[in-house]
Design a protein around this ligand. Structure first.
Ligand SMILES: [Zn+2]
Length: 292
């Protein structure tokens, strides 16, 4: 794994806010590009990760993040793959903080008609947002999409509702790399009160990750991981659900659960202190309203 040029950051505060995974202040940088496998690169902008795959003279970009990030993203792609043509942009899901900036990314390549691929259920929330910076997809699919970029096969897997109902997991089979955004992380608890999460469907999506034959997984936030990262995430949500279910059986309220719950096995995970009790609130609401 090699890491290439990055700028010094004026955004140290942003990095702290974005997540404990970027906890080394000496490494604080506003963006960096890291090759995770042959021709497959993670592009990090503050606390958000994008991905791009280079093949021949073509490139496919996953998640432009936002317009500011996308302009840098385009420059980084051109630095790594000079002269490459932007063949497609893929949205992992409809959330604005990952899927904004396609026009800025296209502009970096002097293009304005690059195909944008997303799950069919991403269309409605993007249309409702009506942001010129977040055009809707021009190509959609429902279950699985396989396409070719410069002779390289790219797969998009829909694992059902997870975080939003339209999140897809890109997979590059020749190097066995997956890109999993927001519904799963690398030794970090979930984001705050798990906004947009679907229970219990998200557990099927977590299990579904293991049906994709990846060796390396790039996350929407934090450092890349491997299959064991997914096993640990599944164990965390299992343990969290078990603990909350037990608390409900004991008659505890949501506030009491948030106050008292502890999962010491995960105490060293990113964002455990600020967010684990918020994760517990989300699980409490699901179990209390549906019985799980
Ligand atoms: Zn999201």
């Amino acid at each position: 794994m090699t890491t290439s040029r990055a700028l010094r950051a004026p955004f140290t505060v942003g990095i702290v806010v974005a997540g404990a995974m970027f906890c080394a202040p000496a490494l604080a940088q506003d963006f960096e590009t890291t090759e995770v496998a042959e021709g497959v690169y993670q592009f990090r902008w503050i606390g958000h990760n994008a991905l791009f795959v280079v093949s021949g003279d073509e490139v496919v970009a996953f998640d432009p993040i936002n317009s500011e990030a996308a302009a840098l993203f385009g420059r980084e792609i051109q630095r790594v793959a000079p002269g490459a043509r932007l063949a497609a942009i893929v949205y992992s899901h409809s959330d604005a903080d990952h899927a904004t900036g396609a026009p800025a990314l296209m502009a970096a390549f002097d293009e304005d008609e690059v195909p944008i691929i997303a799950h069919e259920r991403a269309v409605a929330p993007i249309r409702a947002r009506a942001s010129g910076e977040q055009p809707g997809p021009s190509v959609t699919f429902s279950d699985r999409l396989t396409f070719d970029v410069g002779g390289r096969s790219i797969e998009l897997h829909y694992l059902g509702p997870s975080h939003t109902d339209n999140l897809v997991v890109p997979f590059i089979p020749d190097v066995r790399v997956a890109f999993a955004v927001d519904f799963v992380n690398n030794d970090r608890v979930g984001f705050q009160e798990l906004p947009g999460w679907y229970f219990p469907e998200v557990f099927d999506a977590l299990a579904g990750m293991l049906h994709i034959p990846f060796d390396t997984v790039v996350f929407g936030h934090g450092a890349p991981g491997d299959r064991s990262s997914i096993h640990r995430q599944i164990a965390y949500y299992d343990d969290l659900t078990t603990a909350v279910r037990r608390a409900i059986a004991e008659g505890m309220s949501e506030d009491e659960v948030a106050e008292e719950i502890e999962l010491p096995a995960y105490a060293d995970w990113g964002q455990y202190d600020p967010w684990m009790s918020l994760n517990a609130r989300a699980v409490y609401r699901w179990l209390a309203t549906t019985g799980g």
